[in-house]
Design a protein around this ligand. Structure first.
Ligand SMILES: [Zn+2]
Length: 161
């Protein structure tokens, strides 16, 4: 069965975008429009976004030395997520995993791409033999890859996707 992709979901709740629009501030309220779909009333209290009939927990994540950053706590699995999705025909905003959404391969998320890249690089190195020499070889080989991933993730956190 072909999985739906995130690109096919019009209604996406992006914590970064809402934060920039001030919608996550305590006491904020208004309506949100999702593509061509209906507008939904929302109201924000200290830790929750009340959206239509759904209450979504807003979690904070410590973020380096720059304080905290908001993210959703997925109502389905309680995992933190930057984005929640409402696929057509569904009634709840849930994370990508809970809705079983895939990224279309050519449009996969930068985080996914980075993790896939690191996995491939590790595969190329073969199984570890436990020696210090082998550990050094691994660290040297992975360093540029991890640096690239960090750069990529830095871009995500600043700009969203
Ligand atoms: Zn979930």
């Amino acid at each position: 069965m072909e999985r739906r992709t995130v690109e096919e979901v019009g209604a996406i709740l992006d914590v970064g975008e809402l934060g920039r629009r001030g919608a996550l501030a305590f006491g904020a309220n208004g309506t949100l429009a999702f593509g061509d779909g209906p507008t939904v009333d929302f109201q924000t209290d200290r830790d929750h976004l009340h959206l239509g009939g759904q209450v979504i927990n807003i979690a904070s994540v410590a973020c380096g030395c720059f304080g905290v950053r908001a993210c959703w706590r997925c109502p389905g699995c309680q995992q933190r997520a930057r984005r929640l999705y409402l696929p057509p025909g569904e009634t709840q905003f849930l994370c990508r995993a809970c809705h079983g959404l895939a990224y279309a391969s050519q449009h996969e998320g930068p985080g996914d791409r980075a993790v896939r890249k690191a996995g491939k690089a590790l595969d190329r190195l073969g199984p570890p033999d436990g020696s210090v020499r082998d550990m050094g070889r691994r660290l040297r080989a992975m360093r540029p890859i991890f640096q690239a991933i960090l750069a990529e993730l830095g871009g995500i956190e600043q700009g969203g996707r």
